[in-house]
Design a binder for this molecule. Structure first.
Ligand code: UGB
Length: 630
């Protein structure tokens, strides 16, 4: 100890960057000053920056040099990470935080000067000529697209211990969300390549944004499943860093309650995706490879890819720089509302207003009733489902200016009305859908509205919270997310004259849902309206208690009557025609108590399981033409 102190005294007399030989700049943090001798030049620079930004409290507990030196160094490792992962570094972070916290304390309205109104966008109806036309354009364009999946969130609202991408999207095949997404992108890739003469080498890239909470498990899920059929080089994982927590309105960084040598951190939000894409250099690679579109999507929407081809077709046809996919929204539903904002100075923008801000904004601007449904039974503001299609060229130009920084916000929970202290530490956050906020007025920003039944069924809420959702509003639970897939597939088949029986109402985990026949298909069987049209003919019927699982791409149904369970698997080069009457005991849907620990968590959170009693299983592992008539 004495030796360490002697070294410290000697070293602290050395000049640091030609400044005071005793490190007087650190006088406000005497414990740090004593420890300068153990720090590298880079660490000292970081220490200086922290003191200049009013963070001397971080060092009050630091003991003499020689004690816990390793911990002190790892403290600076973390500071260096926080500094390098934020556009403009920690200095910008703290200054931005101070400004935003001051605005919050003053009760400043982030929409000051803006008046909301209902925007106009492209409204599509599944199966209309317009819809079919946009789908065809979208399929052609798909080979010029890259996909970006934001999957850094842990899904605290869902309360599931695993990563959400590993959750089964439905129980007939147990296909998890990530597998479904990868298979859908591969199916789009194949379909798009069919428009190209000769050999098509296109491999649509997929970026997955992870975080410390999800990274290792996402990688493990991909690696243990051979990337679900994608080439590993097609997939890039970009990990977002968390940001520092803030203890008070002066933006003093919060010390981690578990470790006094760590700054407490929390997620910064999905808006990080833009700065990560920019700093990774991947956008330039895509641009050089001739790609035109970047399609952003979220972790648990099993219907999403039914809406991708048409919405990409809209982007391409209308030459949109930004196209947000939206669905009709129930007032107060926990999804943002797409809103036109007009400023007193004449500026306008079409932007997502987050669900907790829409109601106060409306009330403050001459709509005393706030966020309410109109005569259609829905809010006039379409619901943002956070699927964005950005035109790559203009995206790169914008990010070159902003480096991917997105307008941030802060949401502190104050202890009392004096607004001097917080109930718990807060942090700055940002959302990917706020990207258009910095765009010039010339930017072409639009949106595309589709039916909810076709496009949107996220899995976000745990059973207790879902059961408390106001009647008529969607549950957004594992139960409703799965049932929505069966409903969508049933409704699609009905469009082609298949007599799909009406659903029955059943309650699982306190949520009343429509139970349709359990119909699922691999995306390579059908991505579009026209695909289904080609594959279903004659007079087909499916009873409510039935299950139909289609795994092969070239399966054609003609005059099929199904009352039971039918599973058809076939290789890509097998063409299978199925007709006749299939009847068996089938698969039943059995309720499961969400507290019954004898079932795995992914079953309990949906409140039911599928009991496979009897089925007709057809398998065609060899190429060829086959006819099955029962
Ligand atoms: N996510 C990250 O990748 N990193 C993060 O730091 C946080 C999240 P939530 P929320 O579905 O329609 C969004 O938590 O709050 C990923 C929109 O803001 O599910 O419900 C995460 O893994 C809202 O406008 O988002 O709200 C997930 O994939 C509305 O559109 C995604 O970001 C709503 O989603 C979304 O995270 C919606």
């Amino acid at each position: 100890m004495a030796l360490a102190r002697a070294i410290a005294e000697n070293l602290s007399n050395l000049s640091i960057n030609n400044e005071s030989p005793k490190g007087d700049w650190a006088a406000s943090a005497p414990n740090l000053q004593k420890n300068l001798c153990i720090l590298s030049a880079e660490q000292i620079e970081l220490a200086k920056m922290l003191l200049q930004e009013g963070q001397s409290h971080l060092f009050v507990h630091w003991p003499e040099p020689g004690v816990e030196d390793q911990e002190k160094k790892s403290f600076f490792d973390q500071v260096a990470r926080l500094d390098s992962s934020y556009p403009g570094g920690l200095v910008s972070y703290v200054r931005n935080a101070r400004n935003l916290l001051a605005d919050s304390k003053a009760g400043k309205n982030p929409f000051e000067g803006f008046t909301p109104s209902v925007p106009s966008g492209e409204v599509l109806t599944f199966g209309d000529d317009n819809f079919v036309m946009f789908e065809e354009v979208g399929i052609r364009e798909a080979r010029n697209a890259a996909f970006v999946l934001v999957a850094g969130g842990l899904g605290e609202r869902l309360g599931y211990k695993g990563i959400k991408l590993a959750l089964p999207s439905e129980s007939t095949t147990g296909t998890c969300f990530l597998q479904h997404y990868v298979e859908a992108i591969l199916a789009l890739q194949d379909a798009s390549c069919r428009f190209v003469q000769g050999q098509c080498q296109t491999q649509i890239p997929l970026v997955i944004m992870t975080s410390d909470d999800t990274h290792a498990r996402t990688l493990e899920l991909l690696e243990s499943n051979a990337y679900f059929g994608m080439k590993p080089t097609q997939v890039t994982l970009l990990k977002q860093e968390k940001v520092a927590c803030l203890d008070d309105t002066d933006a003093r960084l919060a010390v981690d309650p578990q470790n006094k040598y760590k700054i407490q951190t929390k997620p910064h939000g999905h808006g990080d995706v833009h700065s990560l894409l920019y700093s990774s250099g991947i956008l330039k690679l895509w641009h050089d490879a001739g790609l035109k579109w970047v399609i952003f999507f979220q972790d648990t929407n099993g219907l999403l890819f039914k809406a991708i081809p048409a919405s990409l077709g809209v982007s391409s046809t209308k030459q949109y720089h930004v196209n947000s996919l939206a669905v009709p929204r129930k007032a107060k539903e926990a999804i943002g509302g797409i809103t036109k904002l007009t400023h007193t100075d004449g500026r306008t923008m079409v932007i997502n207003v987050e669900y907790n801000q829409l109601d106060p904004l409306l009330r403050a601007t001459g709509h005393p009733e706030g966020d309410v449904n109109c005569e259609t039974g829905f809010s006039p503001y379409p619901g943002n489902i956070n699927q964005l299609i950005l035109e790559l060229d203009s995206y790169i130009k914008e990010l070159t200016k902003t480096r991917g920084a997105i307008t941030e916000f802060v949401n502190p929970k104050y202890k009392d009305s004096s607004k001097t202290s917080f109930k718990s530490s807060t942090r700055l956050e940002c959302m990917m859908q706020d990207y258009p906020k910095t765009l010039p007025p010339s930017a072409r920003v639009g949106f595309t509205v589709m039916d909810t039944w076709l496009a949107y069924a996220p899995v976000k809420n745990n059973p207790e919270d879902a059961a408390k959702v106001p009647k008529g509003n969607p549950y957004h639970s594992a139960t409703s997310g799965e049932m929505a897939i069966y409903r969508a597939n049933s409704l699609i088949l009905r469009k082609f004259g298949v007599q799909v029986a009406d659903p029955v109402l059943q309650e699982f985990n306190g949520q009343e849902v429509e139970v349709w026949p359990r119909i699922t298909w691999n995306p390579k069987w059908a991505m579009t309206f026209s695909d289904v049209k080609r594959k279903v003919g004659g007079s087909c019927s499916i009873s409510q208690r039935s299950t139909m699982v289609v795994k092969g791409p070239n399966v054609f149904f003609e005059d099929l009557s199904l009352d039971g369970a039918l599973v058809i698997d076939s290789v890509d080069d097998a063409e299978v025609k199925v007709s006749g009457r299939v009847q068996n005991k089938g698969w039943s849907v059995e309720p499961v108590d969400d507290k019954d620990n004898s079932y795995p968590e992914e079953v309990r959170i949906r409140g039911f399981r599928i009991e496979k009693v009897d089925q007709l299983e057809m398998s065609y592992p060899e190429p060829g033409k086959f006819c099955f008539k029962s």
